[in-house]
Design a protein around this ligand. Structure first.
Ligand SMILES: NC(=O)c1ccc[n+]([C@@H]2O[C@H](COP(=O)([O-])OP(=O)(O)OC[C@H]3O[C@@H](n4cnc5c(N)ncnc54)[C@H](OP(=O)(O)O)[C@@H]3O)[C@@H](O)[C@H]2O)c1
Length: 319
């Protein structure tokens, strides 16, 4: 049986539960492609998964796998798949509720991939899909951000926020960003018009906004009060330390009609990746690579993201 290297863990716990092990190379079903993975990124949500904070969803079967996004080349095309060819460089995500891209190979349906940007290396490119597809959905589809509007991005130096700031500028908004104290210049460099330290600046000091994009998951009521008439707030996270009141607030906000907090869980498809490829190739969105780690050091990558202060993405390069 053909085997490959993959990141695994045998119990929930701190980053150190992660190790590089061996698993079978997946079989390719007729409607799928096999991708030789070159790079993946570590997403905020994967820390919670590994720590067992969402075990109601992730279950009790081990070993578990990690990683959802990938950049690589198509290594094999299933018998009923058309429109893609072996050797093509692609990016994408695994299907909903599926983890395991931190490995040498993955199988996916063609609707979950698109050609990767021709102007970026795999390591550069993989800094963008999670944040990019989430930010396009949030700003364009959910908030319908218009040129000249005032946008606030919370968590602006993180994997999602660092792309949201860039897209906000590309969509013609005036962007105000909240980030940690060591990342104010980094976020200004992404194009933000105004940047504030989230540790020392409260919501009441920020003014009002047409659109608020929240990636932090906390203080939703206080930030929602900053919406101007006709304003829209999009949240992609809830408070992991206090989940029930946070989820209840998001659900109850539906009663506010047009001023509800729009929450979504992304499941990006081909069209969204293809659009992100265009933004990357025309330079509207630039890569946001914090640190590149080898697969064997995936625990160090989780530890670094958990420590806070990230600038974009921690990347795992799969040699
Ligand atoms: N719903 C969806 O479809 C979807 C998609 C992608 C991600 N997510 C979720 O979105 C969240 C963010 O993901 P990510 O990958 O961007 O995580 P990340 O890379 O860890 O970034 C989180 C950012 O939030 C900042 N932050 C923390 N507390 C803050 C506060 N009180 N105010 C403002 N900023 C604050 C952090 O800055 P400092 O460390 O400097 O404090 C960090 O830059 C995660 O919970 C993830 O699960 C949801």
């Amino acid at each position: 049986m053909n085997e490959m290297r993959a990141a695994l863990y045998d119990r929930y716990g701190p980053p150190e539960v992660l190790y590089e092990g061996r698993v079978p190379v997946p079989d390719v079903n007729p409607g799928e492609v096999l991708v030789r993975v070159r790079a993946i990124s570590v997403n905020g949500g994967e820390l919670a998964g590994r720590a067992g904070k969402v075990r109601l969803v992730t279950g009790r079967r081990f070993p578990q796998r990690t990683g959802i996004d990938f950049v690589g080349e198509i290594a094999e095309v299933g018998a009923s798949v058309t429109g893609v060819r072996e050797g093509e460089r692609v990016w994408g995500v695994l299907g909903r509720m599926t983890s395991g891209s931190a490995a040498e190979y993955v199988t996916v349906r063609p609707r979950q991939i698109a050609p990767a940007p021709g102007n970026l290396t795999p390591v550069e490119a993989i800094s963008l899909p999670a944040g990019g597809t989430t930010s396009i959905t949030a700003l364009r589809d959910k908030a319908r951000l218009r040129p000249g509007e005032r946008l606030l991005v919370r968590g602006a130096s993180g994997g999602v926020g660092s792309v949201a700031v860039q897209l906000g500028k590309a969509f013609g908004a005036h962007v105000t960003a909240l980030a940690g104290p060591n990342n104010l210049d980094f976020v200004r460099g992404l194009g933000a018009d105004e940047v504030f330290d989230h540790r020392t600046t409260g919501p009441s000091e920020l003014g009002s906004f047409d659109v608020i994009m929240d990636t932090a998951g906390t203080e939703h009521p206080a930030f929602r009060r900053l919406l101007a008439p006709g304003g829209r707030m999009v949240a992609i996270a809830f408070d992991m330390a206090n989940p029930l009141p946070s989820i209840a607030y998001l659900l109850a906000s539906a009663l506010h009609g047009s001023r509800r907090v729009r929450f979504f869980s992304g499941n990006p498809r081909h069209e969204l990746f293809a659009e992100l490829t265009r933004y990357a190739e025309n330079g509207d969105v630039r890569p946001v690579v914090d640190t590149v780690h080898p697969l064997a050091s995936i625990a160090a990558a989780h530890r670094a993201l958990e420590a806070g202060g990230v600038r974009g993405k921690h990347i795992i390069e799969i040699a």
